[in-house]
Design a protein around this ligand. Structure first.
Ligand code: NAD
Length: 533
């Protein structure tokens, strides 16, 4: 990512919400595909507008860094200020729109995402790197989330309960909160923003959305679809930029009472400190160090497929990626040797080319981080069985070979810290209980998995593993839109995304009492049985 000088004058990007808002800029360089580089704007105040600073950053294809996708606004607190003013107007309108009508907008969003699935997958692979099958899956999660959100517009249940007193009704119902700040990571450029924004919108909130700086084009496409589906323009604001400026300005703004953040545990700590100080409602979804446990009685072929997908899918850049493999003594040697053969055969390459199994890492910083951990692992005494380096012949992208370390001991840094790349650490154990203990002895707790044919052991694993999700005979990755998703310990702060639980997060519960006795009934005092009729 690099800064470009401003080529756009203020207001140059303003226009109607539903048109293609990318502006060709002939003065800019072109990528290897010889397309003219485009300039994209923020969406603030119901219009596409350039950033107040006039500065832009370039977004590159991680499979070929010579391919620059476009220039995106480098926004800061002045842009966020304008976004808040507009979102406040949007909120005042949207909160009065009946929830089923809000849900209807999301249904149309689902329809549009379905029609454009392949196009969005293609642009997402170009800016994020994972193969097309995976980016199609990413869009599909957005579609599922949209239809689920549409149906929730007709529920948003409260409760009616009996009152303690006679001739009195008691009920709880949901109210929107206000402006929701949505800050998202690079690895699921479409799905994660939809997990947050769609429920926030159905609950009646306005959103200010800052996508990760490595994937702004997908964020742009998503906002275009929301507008085309009929979302009132001031209900959504898109503010591009880097975390320390645009992200921090959103988190710190006093008129944004609710923040939903997904990203690293380190960034989440900074966000959490601010929100705690400012008494904001905050949902944090953060890092993971997920383990797959393979026991002696497992179906080894199934487990092999599972670990390859779990560890090296999305180049290991999933919050739920399998980064630890805990294998029981009896099958350890055979399983690991088969795994290494299969990992070596995975085909690295551009995710837009057919036959690619593993795409690039997101950027040079990620490559450097993975390289640091290869060094750390070797110094700690682990055995590097395969990978551990950048592949030959893919010099223009951020590729890294699928890497497996064996003889990893519980407690090593390699085993404890999130690497977020295609690096798998294998730990040998003797018993299921030892496997559970190793699984739990990390600061994270997102996902876990156990391969066994013993139903008793499987059920014990469900109870014993300290993670938000446990899979039996399936890898650690994956989520379904209608089930709560999230982690424990330093992966999350107790909230969940997806499912019905996220609607709790994005709404306030209010209680209404209706006393039709015609007399003063004193609740919580001494006449528990109420005033006689
Ligand atoms: P990141 O923490 O670097 O960035 C996440 C977002 O926060 C980006 O939009 C970034 O611009 C913004 N940001 C950075 N500094 C900020 C600040 N000071 N104030 C406000 N915003 C700021 O994470 P990433 O590299 O994009 O994503 C990878 C991380 O996300 C991994 O740790 C992964 O495990 C985690 N993740 C977790 C889940 C989950 O559901 N638990 C899902 C996906 C990714």
């Amino acid at each position: 990512m690099f800064r470009c000088s401003n080529q756009a004058s203020a207001g140059a990007g303003a226009g109607h919400a539903t048109s293609d808002r990318a502006r060709p800029d002939a003065s800019e360089a072109t990528g290897p595909n010889h397309e003219t580089m485009k300039t994209f704007d923020n969406f603030i105040g119901g219009r596409w507008v350039p950033p107040v600073s006039g500065e832009y950053f370039a977004n590159q294809n991680p499979a070929d860094a010579r391919d620059t996708i476009g220039r995106f606004p480098m926004s800061g607190s002045a842009d966020v200020e304008l976004a808040v003013e507009s979102a406040q107007r949007g909120f005042d309108e949207w909160r009065r729109t009946p929830a089923p009508a809000r849900g209807d907008v999301l249904r149309r969003v689902g329809d549009l995402l379905s029609v454009r699935k392949d196009d969005i997958a293609d642009l997402m692979t170009r800016e994020m790197g994972k193969p097309l099958a995976e980016t199609r899956g990413d869009v599909q999660e957005g579609i599922d989330t949209a239809y689920y959100a549409a149906s929730e517009g007709r529920r948003l249940f409260g409760h009616t309960v009996p009152s303690e007193l006679r001739n009195k009704w008691a009920m709880s119902f949901r109210r929107p909160i206000g402006i929701a700040g949505i800050v998202t990571p690079f690895n699921f450029p479409l799905a994660i923003p939809t997990w947050k924004m769609f429920p926030a919108l159905v609950c009646g909130n306005a959103c200010i959305f800052k996508p990760a700086e490595d994937v702004p084009h997908t964020g742009h496409a998503l906002v275009e679809i929301l507008l085309e589906a009929g979302l009132p323009p001031e209900v959504i604001q898109l503010v591009h930029g880097v975390g320390e400026a645009a992200g921090a300005a959103i988190v710190n703004h006093p008129s944004i009472p609710v923040i939903s953040f997904t990203g690293s545990t380190e960034t989440g700590r900074v966000v959490g400190e601010v929100c705690g100080r400012m008494h904001k409602r905050l949902s944090l979804e953060m890092g993971g160090k997920n383990a797959m446990i393979v026991l002696d009685d497992a179906d080894l072929e199934l487990a092999l497929e599972g670990v390859l997908w779990g560890a090296f899918g999305t180049t290991g850049q999933r919050c739920t990626a399998t980064s630890r493999l805990i294998v029981q003594d009896g099958v350890h040697d055979e399983f690991v040797s088969r795994l290494v053969q299969r990992a070596r055969a995975l085909k690295l390459g551009d995710g837009r080319k057919s036959g690619t199994d593993v795409g690039p890492l997101i950027n040079q910083d990620s490559v450097s981080k993975v390289e640091r951990y290869i060094d750390i692992g070797q110094k700690e005494g682990a055995d590097l069985l395969c990978g551990g380096r950048r592949p030959e012949g893919l010099d223009h992208g951020y590729f890294f070979e699928p890497t497996i370390f064996a003889r990893v001991r519980a407690g090593m840094r390699l085993e404890q810290e999130e690497i977020f790349g295609p690096v798998l650490s294998v730990i040998r154990i003797r018993t299921p209980d030892e496997a559970f203990a190793v699984n739990n002895d990390v600061r994270y707790g997102l996902s876990s998995s156990v391969y066994t044919r013993d139903v008793n052991v499987a059920m014990r694993a469900m109870n014993e593993l300290d993670t938000g999700i446990t899979y039996v005979n399936a890898p650690t990755i994956g989520a379904e839109a209608h089930l709560p998703f999230g982690g424990v310990k330093q992966t999350g702060n107790g909230h969940r995304e997806g499912g019905w639980e996220v609607y709790e997060f994005f709404s306030e519960t209010k209680v209404g009492y209706l006393d039709f006795s015609g007399a003063l009934q004193r609740a919580q005092i001494d006449n528990y049985l109420g005033t006689p009729d």
